[in-house]
Design a protein around this ligand. Structure first.
Ligand SMILES: Cc1ncc(COP(=O)(O)O)c(C=O)c1O
Length: 377
């Protein structure tokens, strides 16, 4: 069983509230990578078969995390942006097609769609600030809408959308739902089947506690062959190990999106990190993030100058809390917090805190104390 102090031996006095940016690795990921490095030095790739087993375990963990029907639905990709590009440049667009997104998406989930402009594809941006963000998104879907591309959790405000409702609404309108899941996966459950997701993608370096540069791409089975491929190589072939065969075809599985040699180093780390998340269980992780968010909200509410930029209702929020203090420029506040070893981000016109399930209460208390002292300066 895991123990917080063993898995997260963070420097004393460091308050890490930045999981929505880049998360620290748990100790078991550090150890797995160390073992992998030593193995490489001593025996090279002699035991490559074991590495393939690890890669298979990783796919299975990601399959469970997304509740994908099969591990064949899981492609290991470079990052979220790459998977979004696979969808954007894989679908067969017609002039006049529309894509619905929100007006607060992270650039990765906006630029890729705007890049289809020369094909005559139009991007419709929806404001999510009203009481019913899902209704607004669905109302924007017209007869020419082919795809809704939305972040499960908005990176700046932390707004968590009801994906079940969006999935059902998209399905009823014949619209494909594409979910940028990077701010949700590893923190809150996501079920691609019950949400009718056509596509979902996320890199491992945030809530999944993995390294940067290895992500997951889920593509619904019936849509796989509809995505035109733009990357080719030995690894994406149905008969990947058969180098002498002149004929070839892309793998039937999602491996067709993985053109060449896999990122085994990243896979080693991410597999270890996900083993921890599975051991703790997503239900516990959700509860513990919720609890830590509430501590932060309650503590911040005690500061007279606080303005919240995030939604505060538990069913609407995830692990992201953005706020500002009236008497502080947020860039200056960010620097002052950094000086005090509070690691956070500047997003959405304020300071973004993002605790994970293991964040210690003491760390939150000390952060709130630091803020209290700063706010009275
Ligand atoms: C919602 C969202 N999508 C995508 C990304 C980054 O994507 P990638 O994995 O391509 O670096 C971020 C990073 O902050 C994000 O918040």
């Amino acid at each position: 069983m895991y123990a917080t102090e063993n898995e997260f031996p963070q420097q004393t006095g460091l308050h890490y509230l930045n999981h929505a940016a880049v998360a620290p690795w748990p100790q078991r990921a550090v150890e797995a990578v160390t073992r992998f490095a030593i193995e490489n030095a001593h025996t090279g790739a002699r035991d490559y078969a074991n590495w393939l087993q690890l890669e298979r375990r990783l796919r299975e963990r990601l399959q469970r995390l997304l509740n994908a029907p099969s591990r064949s639905d899981i492609a290991l990709v470079k990052n979220t942006s790459e998977a979004l590009s696979f969808v954007a440049f894989g679908l067969d667009w017609r002039e006049g097609d529309q894509i619905v997104i929100s007006d607060e998406e992270f650039p990765s989930n906006r630029i890729v769609w705007e890049a289809l402009g020369p094909l005559g594809v139009e991007v419709v941006q929806v404001n999510l600030h009203g009481a019913n963000a899902e209704a607004a998104l669905l109302a924007a879907c017209g007869p020419r809408t082919r795809l809704m591309a939305i972040s499960a959790v908005q990176y700046a405000s932390g707004l968590r959308l009801d994906l079940q409702r969006l999935g059902a609404g998209c399905n009823a309108r014949g619209v494909l739902l594409c979910v940028d899941a990077i701010q949700q996966l590893g923190a809150f459950s996501l079920d691609v089947q019950s949400c009718n997701c056509a596509f979902a993608m996320a890199d491992g370096h945030k809530w999944m506690l993995g390294p940067e540069g290895l992500g997951v791409f889920y593509c619904r089975e019936d849509l796989r062959s509809q995505l035109k491929l733009h990357e080719y190589g030995w690894h994406m072939l149905e008969n990947a190990g058969d180098y002498s065969k002149p004929e070839w075809q892309p793998a039937r599985s999602a491996r067709r999106f993985e053109c060449g040699s896999p990122n085994m180093l990243g896979a080693t780390a991410l597999e270890a990190s996900l083993s921890l998340l599975e051991e703790v269980s997503l239900t516990t992780i959700e509860q513990q993030i919720e609890e830590r968010m509430q501590w932060l909200i309650d503590g911040l509410k005690a500061l007279p100058q606080v303005q919240f930029h995030s939604v505060l209702e538990p069913e609407r929020r995830a692990g992201i809390l953005t706020f500002s203090l009236d008497n502080w420029q947020h860039a200056a506040l960010f620097e002052a917090l950094k000086q005090k070893q509070v690691i956070c981000a500047q997003r959405g016109g304020g300071i973004r805190f993002s605790p994970h399930f293991y964040t210690r209460q003491q760390s939150i208390d000390e952060t709130l104390h630091i803020l209290h002292t700063l706010s009275t300066k």
